[in-house]
Write a protein that binds this ligand. Structure first.
Ligand code: CP
Ligand code: NVA
Length: 327
């Protein structure tokens, strides 16, 4: 069956079939080879794209901008719009839909990106909300395929840390869709919502995926991927102390990688990461509160297991595939 995503928004991987995700991954691979060969395409020739950011970003913003420009589109970056302040989401969506061919949104509620898609009449791409980060997971799946020789449906992915954050949910959705073994390793307080776990298990009945939750580090045995994220996501800064207390036993270190009993295990992270004290936040948190917020040791981050910068690069190729296929 031919895949046609023209006009479709990219709000969550739950809206996509395994075949459509496969298509996006294959297209990403093609676009990556083309870029590596120095071929500039015109697949988005004359298109106008707006990037709405209510939260900070390095990778997502740059990935959208470079991907769009590579294929001939024009980009507006908007981080101080009237939306939600003096103008409703609906009205903003209707205005932007008159100007642009496609829209990216990064912000807080998932409902905002859904309203933008509902009222703008153009494809809307979710560049991160409190509940999801689908473009990141597309890049993660591509990176796994590049580094692990087995097919995705044989891969065991362990997400360690705040399994209730956008990355925890987004990875669970992606793994469920692609028939993978997904395990959330976290203290019970940070396990994902039961109804979403049930939903993913149901998807798994059709795709062959398994979804497991554990608070026992020894369950990483057999993992192909150890994935973590910062302990305190954007907008949750007041939870810092509580999170450090809960998640310190789950800091990713060499002992955890050894517990997988897999010499080829890869370490993944969406970035940005606290792995040393070279950031203002990590330094000040230690100096002012005597809290160590590093979710991974520098040793693991810089080890041969770590594929984090390949993963970051793949944001651009996969976001390009999303724009090219939906516009
Ligand atoms: N991984 C990711 O979304 O990075 P940014 O916050 O820098 O966009
Ligand atoms: N969970 C993180 C992801 C950053 C890409 C956050 O929302 O801050």
């Amino acid at each position: 069956m031919a895949v046609n995503l023209k006009g479709k928004s990219f709000l969550t991987l739950l809206d996509f079939t395994p075949l459509e995700i496969r298509y996006l991954l294959d297209l990403s691979k093609d676009l990556k080879s083309k870029k590596r060969a120095g071929i500039h395409g015109r697949l988005l020739d004359g298109k106008n794209i707006v990037l709405l950011f209510d939260k900070t970003s390095t990778r997502t913003r740059c990935a959208f901008e470079v991907a769009a420009l590579d294929e001939g589109a024009h980009v507006t970056f908007l981080s101080n719009s009237q939306m939600g302040k003096k103008e409703s989401i609906e009205d903003t969506a209707k205005v932007l839909g008159r100007f642009y061919d496609g829209m990216e949104f990064r912000g807080y509620e998932q409902e905002t990106v859904e309203l933008l898609a509902k009222h703008s009449g153009i494809p809307v791409w979710n560049g991160l909300t409190d509940g999801d980060h689908p473009t990141q997971v597309l890049a993660d799946l591509l990176t796994i395929e590049e580094h692990i020789s087995k097919p995705l449906n044989k891969v065991k992915m362990v997400f360690v840390g705040d399994a209730r954050n956008n990355m925890g949910y987004a990875l669970m959705y992606g793994c469920a869709k692609m028939g993978m073994k997904y395990m959330a390793l976290a203290p019970k307080e940070l396990w994902p919502d039961e109804s979403m776990v049930e939903k993913c298990k149901l998807i798994g009945e059709a795709t062959g995926a398994s979804i497991e939750l554990t608070d026992n580090v020894s369950d990483v045995k057999g993992a192909d991927v150890i994935y973590t994220d910062i302990w305190v996501s954007m907008g949750e800064e007041n939870k810092l102390e509580e999170r450090v207390k809960l998640l310190t036993p789950y800091k990713v270190d060499m002992d955890m990688l050894k517990t997988t009993e897999n010499d080829d295990v890869i370490f993944m992270h969406c970035l940005p990461s606290f792995h040393d004290f070279e950031t203002k936040v990590a330094k000040e948190t230690t100096e002012n509160s005597n809290l160590d917020i590093r979710e991974v040791t520098d040793e693991v981050f810089r080890s041969k297991h770590s594929v984090v910068f390949d993963e970051a690069e793949n944001r651009m190729h996969t976001i390009k595939a999303v724009m090219v296929s939906t516009l």
